[in-house]
Design a protein around this ligand. Structure first.
Ligand code: ZN
Length: 603
């Protein structure tokens, strides 16, 4: 458990507007900030950040909460990691003891060691690239691609010397262990009886792969000799730091430009990306490996609505593009395809014809389905029924992934036009083998919110006050029967928890630390209520709602009595008794209603 104090310190030091603003483009709207929700697809912004309360809330998909909740959801972290990430963000040192189960966790320790190993190894490779005589071919190669010293340094490019244990000896000499080198994938254990080792990367141009914070977590090593028998790229294996398919190359540098453009240009190779970025086209990224995974697509969806695939014109490039579609469409991204002139990639195009030639290609990018229809249309014989059906089925695989019904209809129209058949016939072609609309990708997924019952109206208002208005909070705590009273109303236990917590309602860091300590469903409900405005006359609302609690309870009791009266086999005497109680309750309810309405008259 992280102490509440620590959480409060971290919350106080991290302004939610700055934290969210680093990922989402926020526009000021009065006292709040507004943006397109990073958690669901929308055209008009319904995602709000409240600087005063230090909370966020999406009125579209219902997500919301504290700065911790945001970091957890956005970066897919658990709570302690989110606290740590935010502490690091503001250089707030956290004592070792504050993270029992954090720093003392061996897996976590290993990650820290591997991060520092990768940072130092990147420096070591870079020193070799800049200085070592044997790195001359690497320097020549970069020069040939128009990458000068400065650019190479800014992307931390390096050179792995042509030796079997150069990196190993350096790292051991610098205090790293063999276990760490193997765990980080930098050294490979030989598959023989002696279990010797060798450096994974030898005589290669080294391209560090960064996480979203820009820390090096893996490497790509590119072969330099054109005629070499070796693989063009050698990549780090999966390690505790690096999960293939979960990282997008260059995203930590390109994210801001991608957010601003609302669009990401996806290049096939890392050097293509560097060339485009350095030519001023900065909203670029590259999948790690050839095709997009759904995790990468989700990452991208947080900062862009649209993706332009910019893969090589060769067959391999086209196939990689096609393999990426599914993940991208499923993430609700609009996909377009930019074609490069034959034999060119973005890097060579920019070098031979300039950045504008590349921009032009991007501007002319075609809708994915047009691209797909043309590509597949050429491979089936559409003059025959069999060819038409095969084509229709292939297209249906993609169409099914489109969530937006209007867009889907437009695509169906395009495909039937290509087939020269009415849309109805296209659908018929599909029925036999493929159910076109079998799965409807849901735009708004249910949140964990549904598991916690919404509190009664009066309780909701009281929670808002208890979270935000210190005076009201004290007043409620001063009511002698508050615990008992709350036990009997819907949502009362939530309010009781707010009142029972040690927090100061006027201090957002303190309330946010409290919210973070709750299970997700409750946190969501409470964060929502904490987001509501404090009414203009809190004292009146407070007393009114407090009476409302009693009302709520009396209504519940009356209903229970009435249900009992309707039950079969109830003795006449009991019925009479129940009836009397219902009447008493009714009287008390009338009194309360009169009291409440007269008080409202005071406003
Ligand atoms: Zn949303």
């Amino acid at each position: 458990m992280i102490p509440q104090e620590t959480i409060e310190r971290v919350a106080a030091a991290n302004d939610i507007v700055e934290v969210i603003g680093a990922h989402v483009s926020l526009k000021r709207m009065g006292a709040r900030f507004r943006a397109l929700c990073p958690f669901h697809k929308e055209k008009t912004p319904s995602f709000y950040v409240d600087p005063q309360r230090q909370t966020y809330k999406c009125f579209g998909c219902g997500v919301g909460g504290t700065v911790f909740k945001f970091v957890m959801a956005y970066e897919n972290l658990d709570f302690p990691s989110a606290v740590r990430r935010l502490a690091e963000r503001v250089n707030l040192p956290l004592a070792e003891a504050e993270f029992r189960g954090g720093d003392s966790d061996p897996a976590f320790q290993l990650k820290r060691r591997l991060l520092s190993l990768h940072a130092e190894a990147a420096d070591w490779f870079q020193r070799h690239l800049m200085k070592s005589p044997e790195a001359q071919p690497a320097r020549d190669y970069l020069k040939g691609r128009g990458i000068d010293r400065e650019v190479a340094a800014s992307w931390k490019l390096g050179y792995a010397p042509n030796a079997w244990d150069g990196l190993r000896d350096w790292a051991i000499g610098n205090g790293y262990t063999m276990d760490e080198l193997v765990a980080g994938g930098l050294v490979v254990v030989k598959d023989d009886a002696k279990r010797g080792t060798y450096d994974r990367f030898r005589d290669r141009l080294m391209i560090p792969i960064g996480n979203e914070q820009g820390e090096t977590i893996a490497f790509s090593g590119r072969v330099l000799a054109a005629e070499a028998q070796a693989a063009k790229y050698v990549n780090s294996p999966e390690t505790p730091l690096f999960t293939k398919g979960a990282v997008l190359f260059g995203l930590h540098r390109a994210r801001r430009a991608i957010i601003e453009a609302g669009c990401a240009i996806v290049c096939e190779g890392q050097l293509d990306l560097i060339a485009a970025f350095e030519a001023g086209i900065e909203n670029v990224t590259a999948p790690q490996g050839t095709a997009f995974t759904s995790r990468q697509a989700t990452l991208l969806r947080r900062c862009a609505e649209e993706v332009i695939l910019c893969f090589d014109a060769d067959a391999a490039g086209q196939q990689a593009a096609e393999r990426s579609f599914a993940a991208l469409l499923e993430a609700n991204l609009t996909v377009r395809v930019a074609s490069m002139p034959p034999g060119e990639d973005p890097d060579s195009l920019i070098r031979s014809r300039g950045a504008d030639a590349f921009r032009e290609r991007i501007a002319q990018a075609r809708d994915f389905f047009d691209f797909q229809i043309e590509r597949l249309g050429g491979t089936f014989d559409l003059g025959t029924a069999r060819g038409q059906a095969a084509f229709a089925r292939r297209m249906a695989e993609s169409v099914r992934l489109v969530g937006d019904p209007l867009l889907r209809e437009a695509v169906v129209g395009k495909i039937s036009a290509r087939l020269g058949l009415p849309a109805e016939r296209f659908r018929e072609l599909l029925v036999a083998k493929t159910r076109l609309y079998a799965t409807e990708p849901a735009d708004d997924r249910p949140t964990e919110l549904s598991v916690v019952e919404r509190p009664a109206v009066a309780v909701s208002q009281l929670i808002t006050l208890a979270l935000q208005h210190e005076e009201s909070r004290r007043w409620m705590l001063a009511q002698p029967d508050w615990r008992e009273r709350l036990r009997r109303v819907r949502g009362g236990e939530l309010l009781a928890r707010v009142l029972g917590a040690r927090l100061t309602a006027s201090d957002s860091a303190s309330t946010n630390a409290f919210l973070s300590s709750l299970p997700p469903g409750e946190e969501q409900v409470l964060a929502d209520l904490g987001f509501n405005e404090v009414p203009a006359h809190p004292a009146h609302v407070l007393e009114d709602c407090w009476l409302g609690l009693e009302e709520e309870e009396l209504v519940a009791r009356r209903e229970a009595f009435q249900a009992r009266m309707r039950a079969p086999n109830v003795a006449l005497e009991e019925t009479w008794n129940l009836n009397q109680q219902v009447l008493d309750l009714q009287n008390r309810l009338t009194d309360i209603a009169r009291l409440r309405s007269s008080r409202r008259g005071l406003d």
